[in-house]
Design a protein. Structure first.
Length: 375
């Protein structure tokens, strides 16, 4: 009764409008909240689905594969991802300093994963068991110029190693103090400041063929029996042979690499001269080493190449990895290799004069020690 009739009607109308607006806002806020909740639920479901799909095991993919689904990529990821995750558990396990010159060669013991032979630029060889540091064996070299180019444990007597030396010999040496046996040697050149103008740069061994392979700094490749009988010897490269390796799955196939910028594949059943190669893989820089799992090569600049037998004419992959060759940089052969289960490239750190003059390092897993045998 305090307001005129017209004012009372206006007031009632404004109240109804405000009530309508509040109701609309309430409905809008309620609908928006419901929509937000739906979005959150859908997102969380999507995340859960993604996680569920992402965590499916290799058995799941194998089962789907039997149903006819093409799951090559997923299967490969199932093999790769656990290995990649395991790399975080690797750590420096131990170190030793046995030499007064830099390390030039490493060779794991074939039956004792914690033991490796280490060769130096002075020709010294150290048998190191990093689980039992009290057990040490040392073969004294001839000093400067006697660089160890390659080593392989003797398959019939693991206390002995075949050694390719910068002193111009391929020999069988013993960690038990027995006299060494020279299997292949170069005659004294008669020069005033050095004894030999040629030396051996690499070494490999094939148990199935009972054969040794070595290359020298002049481009020659030699094949020997296990007791040193010469089977083959020819100049196959224009310059130093840096690596020679029997294919581990096909023992008549051999790969050689050289600083003449080439990797060549040879059929040992039909090897005659430098023109009898199966394939010639030309590189942009000098090649340090090859690995025959597929065919993995590294040069002296910045390329890691992967070739496959389906097409040797060009690499399947080229990985840029700066590892330029300087005067005091020693590639530990093989500088890289393929992980046999995942085909992931494992790059060993190349050793420099400063950081590797007196130190050998073994990188091992925290839970379980691994060696190339496990790879």
């Amino acid at each position: 009764g305090w307001l005129p009739k017209g004012n009372a009607m206006k007031s009632q109308a404004s109240k109804s409008k405000s009530t309508t607006r509040k109701g609309a806002k309430a409905k809008q806020s309620l609908s928006s909240k419901l929509q937000e909740r739906k979005d959150v639920v859908s997102k969380s479901c999507a995340v859960m689905v993604q996680k569920k799909v992402g965590n499916q095991s290799i058995l799941h993919y194998l089962y789907k594969s039997t149903l006819g689904q093409s799951l090559h990529t997923q299967l490969r990821q199932c093999l790769q991802e656990p290995f990649i995750r395991s790399l975080s558990s690797y750590h420096l396990h131990g170190a030793d300093s046995p030499f007064d010159r830099r390390i030039t060669s490493l060779e794991w013991h074939p039956t004792h994963p914690s033991t490796l032979a280490v060769g130096s630029k002075g020709g010294d060889i150290y048998l190191w068991n990093f689980e039992d540091t009290a057990r040490k064996s040392f073969i004294r070299g001839s000093g400067a110029g006697d660089s160890i180019g390659g080593m392989k444990f003797c398959p019939t007597d693991l206390s002995k190693v075949y050694v390719a030396s910068g002193g111009g010999t391929v020999s069988l040496q013993s960690f038990e103090g027995l006299p060494s046996t020279v299997l292949l040697g170069i005659h004294d050149c008669g020069h005033e400041h050095h004894n030999v103008c040629m030396w051996y740069c690499c070494l490999d061994l094939s148990v199935s063929r009972q054969m040794l392979a070595t290359g020298d700094n002049m481009g020659n490749l030699f094949l020997l029996s296990m007791d040193g009988v010469k089977i083959f010897g020819e100049k196959l490269h224009k310059a130093k042979v840096t690596h020679a390796e029997f294919n581990p799955r096909c023992d008549w196939l051999m790969a050689t690499s050289s600083v003449d910028h080439t990797v060549k594949l040879w059929d040992l059943r039909n090897i005659k001269d430098k023109t009898s190669f199966l394939y010639n893989l030309t590189h942009e820089k000098a090649v340090n080493a090859v690995d025959c799992s597929k065919l993995l090569t590294t040069d002296q600049y910045n390329q890691i190449r992967i070739y496959t037998s389906s097409d040797w004419s060009k690499p399947q992959h080229v990985i840029l990895h700066p590892h330029r060759q300087f005067q005091h940089l020693t590639p530990i052969k093989p500088p890289c290799c393929l992980h046999t289960k995942t085909n992931r490239e494992i790059k060993q750190q190349e050793k420099s004069e400063k950081t590797n003059k007196q130190t050998t390092q073994a990188l091992l897993r925290a839970e379980k020690h691994l060696s190339p045998k496990h790879f």
